[in-house]
Design a protein around this ligand. Structure first.
Ligand SMILES: *[C@@H]1O[C@H](CO)[C@@H](O)[C@H](O)[C@H]1NC(C)=O
Ligand SMILES: *[C@@H]1O[C@H](CO)[C@@H](O)[C@H](O)[C@H]1NC(C)=O
Length: 474
């Protein structure tokens, strides 16, 4: 009896220490037009996917111009989150190298304390969790002493658990994981946990591995740190500031990144982080948003001004990627894959061949532009054994099999010749010789392009399609 009880208790303890919490990175800059109702809409859409909270990324409100409105948006966000049982944490953006006013401990402390009593404040072992983007790049402003100072101020009344994303260490870990992790622990004794920001292969034509994640996680553990290990998951990375500087235009090899990265915590079970953070909910300019596209109507509550970068964002819907996120999140949280009740094929592609020179954008200077494959990628989740058939232009009826045992992936290359008028990919789900669902991409692939664009468009064939991008069936 006793050994059995003990085994049961320890199994229970194991279960409860596996936190399995999901955050999504939220760019506060893009909430300028939000009211509380809009926050609720976003939060409900995130909860539909299994996301438990937003990490609110904001820059110092007086860094460049006046961004003090962000303080009011945060207030609305907390009210909305409290009503919907959602969590929020700050992600102080410390990456800006030129600010009129940088982050300072007094202001940060005030902003943390302001919501210390809120049910929406995310806590770890009763401490308030504070995250960052950076803190290691602007030497004369931040660094370990700065973090320690903030922690000391908070210690007596509202202790914090510090989980920063120190990007130079995350980047270094791509080549030498254990060295970078050791260096992090020795140079940042103030940290309690770590957020490994690097969710994309770093300037290499390779699939991402979990080695850096494993190294950071075990370094934290060996150092006796009590904070969470947070792992980043992202579907894509492409940005073009179009300023003539080749350093400011890049794409990361992301073709099948989203499902493959998720598989590291589910199917392959290579690593068990405490928290995952999806990069991102709404960073449109880096092409890794999973939110619906914002409105272009200046009166809308989710109006976002994207400037030149809108040229590669407008029309490039990513919402069906949330189906992929939802599936793996459910698997990760429950420890087993969810039953498949619908037939859904999510597929994505870029809208011009990578060699095409477009009229606008950084046509010749996009770093890593040879890495992406000119292909349409598909992720199929079907309730019964099916053939998934894909066609694009002169490439017709490429097939792969899928069944109810789990997701299946396939692809079809762009045809060798893509006309200016373009070809639109088409996907069908075929079962027992009958086409049960068929559909086209929302955008063609064309060799006539007004703007260099390595941001893909994502489409869905199958169930849930008629309910639109915010479909509750997602
Ligand atoms: C601290 O930051 C706040 C917000 O940017 C700013 O208003 C304030 O002037 C700063 N204080 C100092 C001493 O720099
Ligand atoms: C990434 O992995 C897939 C198999 O899962 C493989 O087909 C593909 O070639 C790999 N990509 C690179 C750049 O090695």
């Amino acid at each position: 009896m006793l050994p059995l009880l003990f085994a049961l208790l320890s199994a229970l303890a194991l279960q409860t220490t596996h936190a399995a919490t999901v955050f999504a990175h939220f760019m506060l800059m893009n909430s300028y037009a939000y009211d509380e109702g809009q926050w609720k809409t976003d939060i409900a859409a995130a909860q539909q996917v299994g996301i438990d909270g937003f990490a609110l990324n904001w820059i110092p409100p007086n860094c460049q111009g006046d961004e003090s409105w962000a303080v009011d948006r945060i207030d609305d966000a907390f009210h909305a989150a409290e009503d919907l049982g959602f969590k929020l944490m700050y992600s102080f953006d410390m990456s800006y190298t030129e600010c009129d006013v940088y982050w300072n401990q007094t202001f940060m402390q005030d902003m943390i304390v302001k919501y210390a009593g809120s049910s929406a404040t995310y806590r770890w072992n009763s401490n308030i969790v504070v995250s960052t983007y950076g803190g290691d790049q602007v030497d004369d402003q931040y660094g370990d002493m700065f973090f320690q100072g903030l922690k000391d101020r908070m210690k007596s009344s509202n202790a914090i658990t510090l989980v920063p994303a120190l990007t130079t260490y995350s980047m270094a870990a791509q080549t030498d994981p254990s060295k970078a992790a050791k260096k992090l622990i020795s140079e940042y004794p103030s940290i309690d946990g770590y957020f490994n920001w690097q969710a994309w292969p770093l300037d290499v034509d390779q699939n991402i591995t979990a080695s850096p994640d494993l190294a950071f996680q075990s370094a934290l553990k060996n150092a006796g740190k009590t904070g969470p290990y947070m792992m980043a998951m992202s579907p894509w990375q492409y940005k073009d500031l179009n300023n003539g500087n080749p350093l400011d235009a890049w794409v990361a090899y992301s073709d099948m990144l989203f499902p493959k990265r998720f598989q590291q915590i589910t199917a392959n079970d290579q690593i068990q982080p405490d928290i995952i953070e999806i990069l991102t909910w709404n960073d449109f300019c880096e092409s890794h948003y999973i939110r619906d596209l914002p409105s272009q109507d200046i009166k809308a509550k989710d109006y976002v001004e994207l400037g030149d970068m809108g040229a590669y964002v407008w029309g490039q819907n990513h919402a069906p990627w949330r189906i992929i996120a939802k599936y793996y999140i459910s698997w990760w949280k429950n420890g087993s894959p969810p039953p498949i009740t619908m037939d859904q094929v999510v597929f994505w592609h870029r809208i011009h061949p990578k060699g095409t020179i477009c009229t606008g954008g950084s046509s010749s200077g996009i770093r890593n532009n040879a890495f992406p494959e000119d292909a349409v990628f598909a992720w199929a989740l079907v309730s019964e054994s099916s053939t998934i058939s894909m066609s694009v232009g002169s490439n017709k009826y490429w097939t792969f099999r899928a069944d109810s045992s789990g997701p299946a992936m396939g692809m079809i290359p762009f045809p060798a010749y893509v006309s200016q008028s373009g070809v639109t990919p088409e996907v069908a789900i075929v079962r027992n010789g009958e086409t049960v669902h068929t559909g086209k991409s929302s955008q063609p692939i064309s060799s006539a392009c007004a703007w260099q664009n390595f941001n893909p468009v994502v489409s869905l064939v199958g169930d849930g399609i008629n309910s639109g991008p915010s479909a509750s069936s997602y």
